[in-house]
Design a protein around this ligand. Structure first.
Ligand SMILES: [Mn+2]
Length: 332
């Protein structure tokens, strides 16, 4: 059953009527998850409501902590009988598995998101997979409520948009993303401060891990395929955590001539694989071969009970095949 969106007026009415609101977002929060959910909570509080983001993770990533000015909680009991539960930047209960039963306790439920959603699961929806970020849609919702967007709210929403568009570079960057960003700049969003916090705030451990991963990089298929791995030993050597491997795969993709980038992350009995594509390459198909999925340009899969070498060989072969198929049928 396809999702039929409500109008912004309907969404705004429901938000305005609720007194006790819990906002949910996806696990492993990124800037858009934090920005969109916290902005909504901030505005609802300014309207005199009791509102929190009930987060799935134990804590926020270090470079996102500055966004959380007391909006987020891990306490399920902070609001016992919410009038409204809203999920932002998530359009499936599986995106926040620990909190999904709490979400259902909302007298009314709502979803505001930009992921491709399979099934309607709320009373109210506004899901637009064309939107560059959930923060763009939350901005629409706040405007529809007629609420004020102050400097802090504008900064939160801007953080979401810059994150999800790769700072206005990815293929999802559209007119609405720029127009929204312009309005947020006008409302006082502290763009340089946000950018420094988000992008120039890398821990030494993370930087060292990236250097080590780059040092071990392999270039295959005449430079069209870039691969590397992050092992448990490397994490020890750099005093880093696996979360610090974030960003390495996009760095691989940025190499001149590279069309497919693959990062293998070694866990105790499995290997997590991140895939990225540039140009016409499609990594979704490669990930699907290994039981994974995602988007054409960014996908992932998990390999169980294989050695790092086996994972590397299997992925390299699949990627090389995909690259060969592209040169055979360039028009397709
Ligand atoms: Mn998002």
């Amino acid at each position: 059953m396809a999702i039929i969106n409500n109008t912004w007026e309907e969404i705004a009415e429901v938000l305005k009527k609720a007194e006790k609101v819990l906002v949910f977002t996806h696990q492993k929060m990124d800037g858009d998850a934090v920005g969109s959910s916290c902005a909504l909570v901030r505005v609802l509080r300014q309207m005199g409501k009791e509102a929190y983001v009930l987060i799935e993770d134990d804590e926020l990533a270090d470079n996102l902590k500055f966004l959380n000015d007391g909006y987020c909680t891990t306490d399920e009991h902070i609001i016992e009988n919410p009038d409204l539960c809203v999920c932002a930047d998530a359009s499936e209960l599986s995106r926040f598995p620990k909190r999904s039963s709490k979400f259902k306790t909302g007298k009314t439920t709502m979803c505001i998101d930009h992921h491709l959603a399979k099934e309607p699961f709320c009373d109210y929806h506004y899901v637009d997979s064309q939107a560059a970020a959930a923060s763009v849609l939350v901005h629409h919702a706040i405007r529809a409520m007629g609420a004020e967007i102050d400097k802090e709210t504008a900064s939160l929403l801007f953080a979401g948009i810059t994150t999800d568009t790769g700072n206005f570079q990815y293929s999802n960057t559209n007119e609405d993303a720029f127009l929204t960003a312009a309005e947020l700049a006008k409302a006082g969003a502290d763009i340089n401060h946000i950018s420094v916090q988000l992008y120039e705030n890398v821990s030494l451990q993370k930087m060292r891990l990236k250097a080590m991963a780059m040092e071990n990089m392999e270039l295959l298929a005449g430079g069209k395929l870039a691969m590397t791995a992050v092992t448990q030993q490397m994490l020890k050597d750099c005093s880093a955590r696996m979360i610090d491997a974030e960003g390495i795969v996009s760095e691989l993709r940025s190499i001149q001539g590279t069309e497919i980038a693959i990062l293998l992350k070694e866990d105790t009995d499995k290997i997590f694989v991140s895939l990225r594509a540039k140009g016409d390459a499609d990594v979704q198909k490669i990930a699907a071969k290994f039981g994974g999925g995602g988007h054409v340009k960014a996908s992932g899969c998990t390999l169980n009970h294989v050695s790092l070498k086996e994972a590397r060989d299997g992925l390299a072969e699949a990627a090389e095949e995909a690259l060969e198929a592209m040169t055979e049928s360039p028009e397709e």
